[in-house]
Design a binder for this molecule. Structure first.
Ligand code: WT7
Length: 651
């Protein structure tokens, strides 16, 4: 078990009941929520079947709700057929063709309103473009785009023809793209020439060219959207200009009905080995999870302007930009830039400018903006806000209170939503008209989600505030369906600890006497930097790939803004010199994996604590990195003296 990153929250006793004015105008009343809980408790699969019939439009209705005969490979609504893009676009057209789907604000401040009709037409045109390049059902397509509406169009266009997209975050480097292309055996890449973020040019096409320069034989076509208007190399045998291609295509493209279990997308995330995992999701179950949670957690409805500040490159941007809000027919804001450009009031200016009512962001961003001072939010009228959300890591009570007071004007409930790339949608969260919230607590599992806490032997932890493994005891529709190409790793990673029905999240958690959950941190070798997961072994692999490095151990250390920062302990090759190497290695990792993975600190050493079987004891390294007193048993170490040495080297 990891240690709690925040000890002070244990004393947190402030509680915030749902404000009466919110309850009075909520789309989901407390009575509605009670009904959902009751229905889910009395019949788990029946409950989800009702939700699936209510929230989704099916080309072919399902009769089988859950097939668990091959657990942990679960199949939901398996004989049903539907199309995700149809559910996000076509079905809204009779009633809301002219309603804005996306209010897009570019880095440079330019605003564009895209109606559901526009989004539909653009999606059809691009889907036809994909088809013209012979891309169809089951083909994998890598999307490497900025956070612009074309990313949503690209995702929905894939979904429309049954192609499986895999979005790679625009901050990732060429080797990371190459790995993902090869793992998914992608036939196409969709990218942009480049774009500006915070006024800085990001050269996406150049990075794709670099990725494709070695291997990647599966890629036949690269679609290039001109966003930056910069000069790029075009390979006429392979590259297709987006604007030119779509101009020739029709604005009608029939949706391909796929099985509910047909994979909608693959999204790579970090695990505890060096290789990223291609988490893949189904069409029906996944879409259902995003819709239900947009309705339940965010209380979204007709009058809302929703804004999720995540990038489409992460699961949050999949579930709460591309799919959930569009499937609910809700107007949303999408933003290409960064919170501090041109000034640290950018987000608050945008809330005011676009009249945002429901705002969803990450604790790392809240902390960063909190540090800039209250004068930035105070410049703006934020009274359009009615609900605030957070996701990605535990939020410290200080940041929670600032969010509540300064951004929400002590008027807006805060929903702290626990979920993962693997869970597809919110799992444990407050419900705004229903829950009495506490800073730092993620409250209770949603209806139909059987979250629990188990000890090492699989017994339920009954004692209040005792830690244990966070698990989900019954399958749920939006759960991952596997790790691309590696069913064994799926079984092992998520169902290996207890049994094939008990999903192990990889987090430790505790529950108070009222049943409210608190997330303590990861139990595996994953670091959470600014709400993004990084496998310590991925960073280690990148380090040892450098010619001067012999061995490396990477751990996380608490960081005021990022949540955790990466510290790397490095053993050099015999003839290598440490002079000027720390910066070189930091840049090296950034080049290999992307800037998020850049270590905060590199410490050179000539030994690491290892067990007799040769495994690095990361827990000890972590304690050293944090400057904690060593209380762990070091007797099984092959080289017990190394701990003192490492500590001394740190001073
Ligand atoms: C991990 C999942 C889910 C979208 C963003 C991250 C941590 C997530 C919370 C929260 C405490 C949280 C967990 C989880 N996490 N939300 N509200 N409170 N911790 O997705 O990259 O798949 O990471 O993020 O450790 O396992 P992800």
């Amino acid at each position: 078990m990891t240690d709690s990153p925040i000890d002070s929250v244990l004393e947190e006793s402030r509680t915030f009941p749902p404000p009466q004015h919110f309850v009075d105008s909520a789309n989901q009343t407390p009575a509605d929520i009670n009904q959902l809980y009751d229905a889910a408790a009395s019949d788990h699969t029946g409950f989800w079947a009702t939700q699936a019939r209510h929230h989704l439009d099916w080309h072919q209705p399902f009769s089988s709700v859950l097939n668990a005969s091959d657990a942990p490979f679960f199949r939901w609504f398996e004989d049903g057929e539907l199309n995700a893009a149809y559910n996000c676009l076509d079905r809204h057209l009779p009633e809301r063709a002219d309603q804005t789907a996306i209010i897009f604000e570019g880095d440079d401040g330019q605003v564009e309103n895209i109606t559901f009709q526009d989004l539909f037409a653009r999606t059809c045109r691009f889907a036809n473009t994909l088809k013209a390049s012979n891309i169809g059902k089951g083909d994998r397509v890598i999307i490497y785009l900025p956070n612009i509406p074309q990313a949503v169009v690209a995702m929905l266009a894939c979904a429309r023809i049954g192609a499986i997209h895999s979005v790679v975050f625009g901050g990732f480097s060429a080797p990371a793209i190459r790995d993902r292309i090869n793992d998914a055996e992608a036939r196409a890449v969709i990218t942009a020439d480049g774009n500006y973020r915070g006024g800085k040019l990001i050269q996406l096409k150049k990075t794709v060219d670099e990725a494709l320069a070695e291997g990647c034989d599966s890629v036949e076509t690269v679609f290039v959207y001109r966003r930056a208007g910069i000069d790029i190399d075009l390979n006429s045998a392979r590259d297709v200009d987006w604007d030119k291609a779509v101009a020739e295509q029709s604005t009608q493209c029939p949706p391909v009905a796929v099985d509910s279990e047909h994979p909608l997308f693959i999204l790579y995330t970090s695990g505890s080995t060096g290789r990223p995992k291609g988490i893949y999701h189904s069409t029906g179950g996944y879409l259902l999870g995003t819709i239900c949670t947009c309705r339940w957690t965010f209380d979204l409805g007709e009058r809302d302007i929703f804004w999720c500040t995540a990038d489409v490159g992460w699961v949050t941007g999949h579930s709460y930009i591309a799919y959930g809000p569009t499937a609910c027919g809700v107007t949303q804001v999408m933003f290409e830039g960064v919170p501090t450009y041109p000034e640290p009031d950018r987000l608050w200016a945008m809330v005011e400018r676009h009249g945002v009512s429901v705002f969803y962001t990450a604790p790392t961003g809240i902390r960063a903006l909190m540090r800039q001072g209250d004068e930035y939010p105070e410049r703006h009228d934020l009274t359009s806000l009615r609900l605030l959300g957070t996701v990605g890591e535990p939020i410290n009570p200080e940041a929670w209170m600032w969010y509540y007071r300064v951004i929400g004007g002590e008027r807006c409930p805060i929903v702290d939503t626990w979920w993962q790339t693997e869970t597809g949608a919110h799992m444990i969260t407050a419900l705004p008209s229903y829950t009495t919230t506490r800073p730092g607590s993620v409250s209770k599992p949603l209806p139909g989600i059987s979250a629990d806490i188990l000890d090492e032997s699989g017994e339920r932890v009954e004692t209040a505030n005792a830690g244990g493994y966070l698990v989900i005891r019954q399958p749920w529709p939006s759960m991952l369906r596997g790790i691309w190409g590696d069913p064994e790793r799926y079984r092992e990673t998520y169902f290996g600890l207890f049994d094939s029905f008990t999903y192990v999240a990889g987090d430790s958690a505790q529950r108070d006497a009222d049943g409210n959950f608190r997330i303590l941190g990861r139990t595996d070798d994953v670091v959470n930097v600014s709400g993004h997961r990084l496998g310590t072994m991925e960073v280690e692999s990148a380090l040892v790939a450098h010619k001067s490095v012999s061995e490396a151990a990477v751990v996380g250390r608490p960081h005021d803004v990022k949540g955790e920062a990466i510290v790397a302990f490095v053993i050099l090759q015999a003839n290598a010199s440490a002079d000027n190497l720390a910066d070189e290695l930091r840049e090296w990792v950034s080049k290999q994996l992307g800037a998020i993975a850049k270590p905060e600190e590199i410490r050179f050493t000539d030994g690491l604590p290892k067990t007799r079987s040769g495994k690095i004891m990361r827990r000890l390294v972590r304690s050293v990195a944090r400057g904690d007193e060593i209380t762990q048993d070091t007797s099984t170490l092959e080289n017990p003296q190394i701990v003192k040495q490492l500590q001394a080297e740190g001073h």
